[in-house]
Design a protein around this ligand. Structure first.
Ligand code: BTN
Length: 325
């Protein structure tokens, strides 16, 4: 038994109060030991009321991810079977790739409060201060290697669905997987994979959601195109609730993907803000301009260039050219 058990008992009490004797009995320790745990929780930022005839009551918790709380309500088949919580890591993707290599189970989630070397797409840095969500899900789908890119689209669909449900605002996905609210990016996804020619060993689906951080912490060039869920709503967002919703939605979409990947493509198309627009796509040393026509069945963008030729693009940054269909 540890402080997480005390928190669980305090959180699940109907009246809010749990007596010191009841806590001591459930934990099999003395009331003095309970009191020491309560003091340790207070030092971590929990505010706990102690009333002589009633016991202890949780008034407020610091803004940290409480995995025991998340797990208690999680009813997923795969995603979140194991959760590895960290105060800090270099990159949850890097750690998840390492754990996957060492045999971590399908659905293992690595989550950190902050990253010192967060990785973005196209070799960029993902600035990762406290207050956001940084997680990586280890998946071991029994599907052909060429279907792997659809996992990223699947992740973007799940993130967009959760943001829409939480914020009750329109949400869009810009190819390949930027989740946007009011035209600004609130989340990004980065997938890494280990595979043999005919078999995926494991995929790591990395998700970064800008939740409560101060937008001023973003570099100016990123601030222009990004925002946070708190800035959009004008309210502090409950990250534990958001995480629970996200793991549940990822699990639903992962199983839909395994059954029928066309459903993922349809959902992605329904949310996308790229197709049908004139766009430029830049990255990997090349730049194309044309009409974003469709996705192929591996998630690549099909552009119709001005000379009428079609070009498949596997990676890059899309800019939508307004007013030019
Ligand atoms: C992007 O450039 O849009 C993708 C950003 C992906 C960031 C997430 S945060 C959790 C995971 N760990 C990383 O190092 N990157 C991904």
């Amino acid at each position: 038994m540890n402080k997480d058990d005390i928190l669980l008992l305090l959180r699940s009490s109907r009246s809010g109060f749990v007596s010191g004797a009841a806590l001591a009995a459930s934990m099999g320790v003395s009331r003095t030991a309970v009191w020491k745990h309560i003091k340790a929780l207070e030092r971590e930022g929990y505010c706990i009321d102690a009333v002589p005839s009633k016991g202890y009551r949780l008034i407020s918790a610091p803004d940290v991810i409480v995995v025991s709380d998340v797990k208690q309500e999680l009813r997923t088949r795969t995603v979140g079977r194991e959760i590895v919580p960290l105060a800090e890591t270099v990159s949850t993707n890097t750690l998840a790739m390492d754990l996957a290599q060492k045999g971590a189970v399908d659905g293992t989630v690595v989550i950190a409060e902050t990253q010192t070397g967060g990785k973005g797409r196209l070799g960029r840095t993902w600035v990762s201060p406290r207050g956001n969500l940084y997680l990586s899900v280890i998946l071991r789908p029994a599907v052909p290697v060429h279907k792997a890119p659809l996992i990223t689209l699947m992740g973007a669909v799940a993130v967009a669905a959760v943001v829409r449900e939480y914020l009750k605002v329109p949400v869009g996905i810009k190819w390949p997987n930027d989740v946007l609210v009011s035209g600004k990016k609130v989340a990004g996804l980065l997938t890494e994979m280990s595979a043999e020619p005919d078999r995926i060993r494991h995929i790591v689906l990395g998700i970064g959601v800008n939740v409560n951080m101060d937008v001023a912490e973003l570099p100016p060039e990123v601030r222009k195109i990004s925002t946070t869920l708190a800035a959009v709503t004008g309210k502090h967002v409950d990250r534990n609730k958001l995480l629970k919703m996200l793991l549940a939605e990822l699990d639903r979409w992962y199983h839909r993907f395994l059954k029928n990947e066309a459903e993922v493509l349809r959902a992605w198309e329904g949310l996308n803000v790229t197709l049908g627009n004139r766009v430029t796509v830049s990255g990997a040393g090349a730049r194309f301009e044309g009409l974003a026509r469709s996705l192929d069945d591996e998630g690549r963008l099909i552009l119709k260039l001005d000379d009428g030729t079609l070009r498949q693009v596997a990676a890059g940054d899309v800019t939508i050219i307004k007013g030019k269909p």
